[in-house]
Design a protein around this ligand. Structure first.
Ligand SMILES: [Zn+2]
Ligand SMILES: [Zn+2]
Length: 428
């Protein structure tokens, strides 16, 4: 049933739009995105969006490649966001989250929802998408990482992108978009694949590991209110090129830009960060219940992402995590959680060029070991002081702080609704 619908939608979408979610982010064209979004939204969601998604990706990536698109898109995005505020969400939301959200949300339904995921189907419909997704060649950093071109104060931090992954290479370079002989962007380019376990890897991927989604009822006990727990439909992690272009000289924005619904930054393992928003009408907390054992999930086009503290990445980067267990109905569930002591751990960057560190617990210190008060965290969820990677004071975000364990009223969102700095470009 759903499938039929989906396929139908997909077909329509594909032919009509071509793009989708990602869009939001930046890529493709606004136009598409809008359309798609519309579709997605209007449609029920699930299917539509995701499907669309796929197509986009394809499109996107290429588009992105061209700078023009990006600019446009982003602008749009921002524009939209701003204007609408959250509502805008709509479009954007769709884009990004939709997937998840819808799915999740949809959740309710069954899998149907998941259809979103339908990605597979999508593929069917628009083969392109699939094919394209498979294209993972560097689009900007075509000669590999060029750390020597990165501004000196950013080298130590950006180099982590190149040393964290061993299977899925993440490149760092610069780009001179206007050919004036001076680099305009610090570029991070990845295939957006985590090197940690995930239920969302295909069975033949050695990172695939089953997961009992009922665990999330206990993991997110503080926000659990009889939501439906389950996988995000048929969405599976798909390799795809994501290019993050950060201003060569990051700066605070006079007017803050709303973060879109797609990728807003890249974790140190090259995986996308999404914000904490869900598609219109949905509650992000619904999506929590489709997160895998590493607190991430893929959207309709297979773009894996973190809305919250990336616990497995934190663990793999040497941060402290703790295993929590809960027994219910004779069955024991276990998962890992951040201990709240990883405030000094660099976990990624947002597209405005400002780094993202772990959640602020009760013991953050600066590069000199001097205690930093969490009272200084601003509305963008950041503050300024020197860090291990930055010897000079720098503005940086922290994953939002929340209660540790299933006792709090919140979870660790990656970031707030606005960028602190001027965002660069995100292309897919
Ligand atoms: Zn999501
Ligand atoms: Zn800090």
């Amino acid at each position: 049933m759903n499938k039929l619908f989906m396929i139908a939608f997909t077909t329509l979408l594909l032919s009509a739009c071509g793009a989708e979610e990602g869009l939001t982010q930046a890529e493709d064209d606004t136009q598409v995105s809008e359309e798609e979004q519309v579709n997605e939204e209007s449609t029920s969601d699930e299917s539509t969006e995701e499907e669309s998604t796929t197509p986009d990706d394809d499109t996107t990536s290429e588009d992105d490649a061209s700078n023009e698109d990006d600019s446009t898109e982003q602008d749009d995005v921002s524009g939209e966001d701003d204007s609408s505020g959250n509502d805008d969400t709509t479009e954007e939301d769709d884009t990004t989250e939709d997937d998840s959200s819808n799915e999740d949300d949809a959740t309710g339904d069954d899998d149907a929802a998941e259809e979103d995921d339908a990605p597979g189907e999508d593929d069917v419909a628009g083969d392109d998408a699939e094919e394209e997704e498979e294209v993972v060649d560097a689009e900007v950093c075509t000669t590999g990482s060029q750390l020597g071109d990165i501004p000196a104060n950013y080298v130590a931090a950006l180099e982590k992108y190149t040393t964290t992954n061993s299977e899925y290479t993440v490149y760092v370079c610069t780009q001179d978009t206007n050919n004036d002989g001076t680099a305009d962007y610090m570029v991070v380019e990845s295939t957006n694949q985590p090197e940690h376990e995930s239920y969302y890897f295909e069975d033949d991927n050695h990172h695939h590991e089953d997961f009992d989604f009922n665990t999330n009822k206990y993991k997110y006990d503080a926000v659990y209110d009889s939501q439906r727990t389950g996988a995000a439909g048929n969405n599976m992690i798909e390799a795809q090129t994501v290019v993050m272009k950060m201003p060569i000289t990051p700066s605070a924005a006079a007017t803050k830009t709303v973060t879109p619904y797609g990728t807003i930054g890249l974790a140190i393992n090259g995986v996308s960060f999404f914000n904490e928003n869900a598609a219109p009408g949905d509650d992000i907390t619904e999506e929590l219940f489709t997160f895998d054992q590493c607190s991430g999930h893929p959207q309709g086009s297979g773009l894996y992402h973190y809305h919250v503290d990336p616990v497995c990445l934190i663990r793999d980067l040497g941060g402290e995590v703790t295993t929590v267990t809960h027994t219910a109905g004779g069955k024991t569930y276990s998962w890992i959680e951040d201990t709240g002591t990883n405030a000094g751990l660099l976990v990624g960057f947002l597209v405005d060029g400002f780094p993202v560190y772990g959640p602020v617990g009760n013991s953050e210190t600066d590069c000199n070991g001097v205690a930093v008060s969490s009272d200084t965290i601003d509305e963008y969820n950041g503050h300024s002081h020197c860090t291990t990677e930055f010897s000079e004071t720098i503005y940086h975000y922290h994953v939002k702080t929340a209660e540790i364990g299933a006792t709090g009223e919140a979870v660790f969102w990656v970031t707030n609704t606005h960028y602190y700095g001027e965002p660069g470009l995100l292309e897919r």
